[in-house]
Design a protein around this ligand. Structure first.
Ligand SMILES: [Zn+2]
Ligand SMILES: [Zn+2]
Length: 140
């Protein structure tokens, strides 16, 4: 517990930490952020979602975390798709079938595939083909 949460719980006012830090002004508040446990002025420097108060700085940080996690998810799906294409080509099965197998596979198995020389060369081929297609389309 920080020094600010305690006085608020005991009914005392504290300064909004964002006002103090960004504008060097004191604005009393009895709200504190549930994430960083510092006081913030309601409306301007924080808000309530349900019963949880969050200051604007923590809200931004949290959103960035969510966005980062989302973009990691997209990346992983693209990698899986690519791996599915590779396995499909190597085994001569449809991509969808290979993709299902890749999705079911354990992380260890995927790592093994990714470090396989043949898989690497097929990935390089697929990427080169995709690049060539992109150049063709750009020239048309
Ligand atoms: Zn403020
Ligand atoms: Zn906060």
């Amino acid at each position: 517990m920080t020094i600010e949460k305690r006085p608020i719980e005991q009914g005392e006012w504290v300064d909004c930490w964002i006002c103090a830090k960004s504008f060097a002004r004191r604005r009393g508040t009895m709200r504190y952020c549930h994430t960083c446990e510092r006081g913030f002025c309601e409306g301007e420097h924080g808000s309530y979602s349900g019963n949880i108060a969050t200051c604007v700085i923590c809200a931004i940080t949290k959103n960035q975390g969510i966005r980062r996690a989302a973009s990691r998810g997209v990346e992983t799906r693209l990698q899986l798709r690519e791996l599915g294409e590779v396995i499909g080509r190597m085994k001569g099965v449809p991509i969808e079938e290979a993709l299902a197998e890749v999705e079911k596979a354990a992380d260890e198995q995927r790592k093994t595939w990714h470090s396989n020389a043949r898989v690497k060369s097929v990935i390089a081929t697929i990427r080169a083909e995709a690049a060539a297609r992109a150049i063709d389309e750009a020239c048309e």
